[in-house]
Design a protein around this ligand. Structure first.
Ligand code: NDP
Length: 290
């Protein structure tokens, strides 16, 4: 039981999605705004639609993966009543509000809507290492779950279409925090003599060891109990000043680190100096301007 699938948007990610559907044995129809990007897929057996309407008419399941929601709407507005009884799976990155608005637009034309977040790069699509988050129509998810599992592991978060973008953006925030920390660390040690690649043998095991502390931090957040036997905000505040001072001595920009320092300083100023780092979550949830 391999239903026909349409993929709209053949950028790096859309092409990987279409290629994977083809490999999985789905009759796959594709459409892209500019010509040429479908050529390789056509050689692999994809049908190339000449209009959006033709692409959507070709399959009960329509996967959209384009630059942003402006592009999604530019596409869906060309479809209109052809959307009736279609399942639209939108894997374009966006906000909660954009997902909810698009779900309402699709529902207005009689389509079921699933929003999705792709936690993978194109090269990972179709492998178990890829995770795709979904939210929105439960019926659509249940019907097409086996098809969607062809793209990677799936997690269904609930019927609010805004959930997948929320969790996607939260996970991306964690990723950017890690990359930011890595880039800053490399900038500190990088010199004529010391290459970034050599540093990975230190930083990778260090970050892996630190991820072991995440469950304990999460428990502290859930219980709203931030007392610590690991390290206090005051100790972190003292050590952080040394990071900033060393950056200034090196002529390295501290701009990725100063926001974290500011948060730790705020925690101490608000009287939480003996709490652990988990207190920072509460501070983030209560911006100063709130
Ligand atoms: P690309 O830049 O490779 O492709 C963008 C696609 O959007 C192209 O097909 C482009 O068409 C299309 N597009 C842009 N504007 C419009 C428009 N107004 N109307 C119709 N089509 C339009 O991006 P990716 O494939 O990398 O990313 C696509 C989505 O996937 C993004 O939301 C991204 O965040 C998400 N994603 C990407 C990941 C990655 O690692 N690449 C990882 C996880 C999610 P044209 O060819 O005509 O320009």
């Amino acid at each position: 039981n391999r239903p026909p699938v349409t993929v709209i948007g053949l950028g790096m990610m859309g092409s990987a999605l279409a290629q994977t559907f083809l490999k999985e044995g789905h009759q796959t129809t594709v459409w892209n705004r500019s010509a040429g990007k479908a050529d390789a897929l056509m050689e692999q057996g994809a049908k190339v639609a000449s209009t959006v309407a033709e692409a959507i008419a070709a399959s009960p399941l329509v996967v959209i993966c384009v630059l942003d929601y402006g592009a999604v709407h530019a596409i869906l507005e060309q479809a209109g009543e052809i959307l009736a009884d279609r399942v639209v799976v939108n894997l374009t990155n966006g906000t909660q509000a954009q997902a909810r608005q698009t779900a309402a637009f699709a529902a207005g034309w009689g389509a079921e809507y699933l929003d999705g977040g792709i936690m993978a790069v194109p090269q990972m699509i179709g492998s178990p290492g890829a995770l795709l988050l979904y939210s929105g129509s439960q019926k659509a998810f249940q019907t097409y779950r086996p098809t969607l599992e062809g793209l990677g592991a799936v997690t269904y978060l609930g019927d609010d279409p805004g959930l997948a973008p929320l969790y996607d953006l939260a996970l991306l925030s964690a990723m950017y925090g890690m990359f930011g920390g890595f880039f800053h660390a490399v900038a500190m040690v990088r010199s004529e003599q010391f290459q970034a690649e050599a540093f990975t043998s230190l930083v990778i095991p260090w970050l892996q060891a630190m991820t072991a502390s995440l469950p304990g931090l999460a428990q502290a957040v859930d219980a709203d109990q931030h007392r610590t036997d690991v390290s206090s905000l005051i100790i972190n505040q003292t050590g952080f000043a040394n990071i900033i001072d060393t950056c200034l001595e090196l002529g390295v920009s501290p701009e990725l680190m100063t926001p974290i320092q500011g948060l730790i300083n705020r925690g101490v100023a608000e009287g939480y100096g003996s709490d652990g780092l988990s207190r920072l979550v509460e501070l983030i949830r209560k911006p100063v301007s709130a």
